[in-house]
Design a protein around this ligand. Structure first.
Ligand code: AMP
Ligand code: GLY
Length: 443
């Protein structure tokens, strides 16, 4: 069969690579893909200039899926899902892995997600929603009053979240009233992140360690399952020791040693099952992937957020550990034959540090040649069990050039976490581009 992957990051490279491994897959088309997918076996980059967030782009993608006889398409990022690509494909009887637009609001609107969590008893931080366009029109003043009361009662920081999609710029942890006030003003009054920030959710700060649980979801007509993947951990700060600015992710590990069996059981009972109940009750069509962003403290989990897709860079750490045929898993998601036991995992661990361009997450340099052992990369396999997943990398005349902030990840398998880490950093030393930066403490 032929399949289509939509997206251009490291996550999509990992998805395409894993799908291409399936003996039943003949061709993986990637729209638009990147330098890494251009080199991948069985993979072909297509539709370079098509925007999957627009109606016309979605039509072109559906036309392509039809013509190429694609068995199913997999959507990598959230924005096309929030923009309704799934119903466009369904209206033309094309199979697609992703939630419908209504379910995609679990990521696209924090207020919607929090209301869903409260309605179905998913354990999460206590929160309040404030909208500039509220009936009273006093959302901003109400939010200010709320944080003022908070800081008069406690010196705990408070978390302010823009309601809409804000590309990682929508969450601020305010330590003082003045910080909270400045944030609320910039989001709600000045519109510095556009419409996304006109409404906010303000929630209590949670303590603990973050864990990412990705999952396959197959829910339709009030029935179905959520099958969780092995857990992963992202490292969001730019510098070693969790210092510096937030990024899209500086590296991931899987599994997570401190996500104990007791914590997993708590996640299952307090978060996964109520979520499944909610998806069934709301009668959404959710046949795709889900990402539970958790805060765990002493084996008790709280849900920080839902994403309606796989995580980046978590996917680059988790998919190499999947022992099942990924194309079969995607087909089972779509045709509703998914069961929890469908997913089998390898023993061992993966460490996947990310290499970034100089300046990232601020303005960064681009166009530097990427070398592996002093030569142009000839494929993603650096050595057995060690894979280079390209992200901000484009290919030109057989050479790789940097084109994005998060440039690539090296994803190394090991029998345990320590050997995975050693392998990953040994391999990363063979990769070079001018201005390359990375964290030395992933895992
Ligand atoms: P979110 O987009 O909701 O996952 O928030 C982004 C990041 O902000 C999370 O990965 C956490 O690091 C942090 N964060 C969000 N909500 C909270 C909270 N209630 N308590 C502590 N940290 C939080
Ligand atoms: N690694 C976090 C995310 O994919 O949103």
């Amino acid at each position: 069969m032929n399949v289509l992957v939509i997206g251009s990051g490291g996550r999509e490279h990992a998805i395409a690579w894993k799908l291409a491994m399936s003996p039943t897959v003949d061709a993986v088309f990637v729209a638009p893909g990147n330098g890494g997918t251009a080199l991948e076996k069985k993979c072909e980059n297509v539709l370079a200039d098509v925007d999957p967030e627009t109606a016309s782009g979605q039509r072109i993608l559906a036309d392509f899926a039809e013509k190429a006889g694609v068995a199913f398409s997999v959507v990598g990022p959230e924005a096309p899902l929030a923009a309704g690509i799934v119903s466009v494909f369904h209206s033309r009887s094309l199979a697609i892995v992703g939630p419908d637009k209504r379910a995609a609001r679990l990521e696209a609107s924090k207020a919607f997600a929090k209301a869903f969590m409260a309605k179905y008893g998913v354990r999460a931080a206590a929160s309040r929603e404030f909208a500039v366009a509220s009936a009273s029109g006093s959302g901003f003043e109400d939010a200010l009053r709320y944080v003022k009361t908070h800081f008069s009662q406690t010196n705990q920081p408070i978390v302010i979240k823009a309601d809409g999609l804000a590309a990682g710029k929508g969450v601020v942890i305010a330590n003082y009233f003045t910080e909270a006030e400045a944030c609320l003003r910039s989001f709600m009054k000045d519109g510095v992140i556009g419409e996304a920030g006109r409404s906010v959710v303000i929630e209590d700060l949670l303590h603990g360690k973050e864990v990412s649980v990705l999952a396959a979801v197959s829910v339709q007509n009030g029935e179905g399952v959520i099958a969780p993947f092995i857990a992963a951990r992202d490292h969001k700060r730019r510098f070693d020791g969790d210092l510096g600015p937030n990024t899209g992710g500086m590296g991931a590990i899987a599994p997570v040693p401190d996500f104990t069996e007791a914590a997993q059981a708590d996640f299952h009972a307090s978060i996964l099952m109520p979520t499944l109940k909610g998806l069934k009750a709301e009668n959404v069509d959710y046949r795709g992937f889900m990402f539970f962003g958790l805060m765990t403290l002493e084996e008790r989990c709280h849900l920080l957020e839902y994403n309606v897709r796989l995580g980046d860079p978590e996917t680059q750490a988790v998919l190499p550990l999947l022992d099942s045929d990924f194309a079969d898993v995607c087909a089972a998601i779509v045709d509703r034959s998914l069961t929890e036991s469908r997913l089998a995992w390898k023993q061992g661990a993966v460490c996947a540090p990310v290499a970034v361009a100089d300046g990232y997450p601020g303005p960064y340099r681009k166009g530097d040649p990427v070398m592996v052992n002093g030569a142009a990369p000839n494929g993603g396999e650096l050595s057995p069990g060690v894979k280079l997943f390209a992200a901000g990398v484009r290919m030109q005349d057989g050479n790789f050039f940097t084109s994005g902030g998060r440039t690539l990840a090296v994803s190394a398998y090991g029998v345990d976490a320590e050997s995975a880490r050693n392998e990953a950093y040994r391999a990363l030393e063979t990769v070079r581009f001018d201005g390359m930066g990375f964290r030395k403490d992933i895992g």
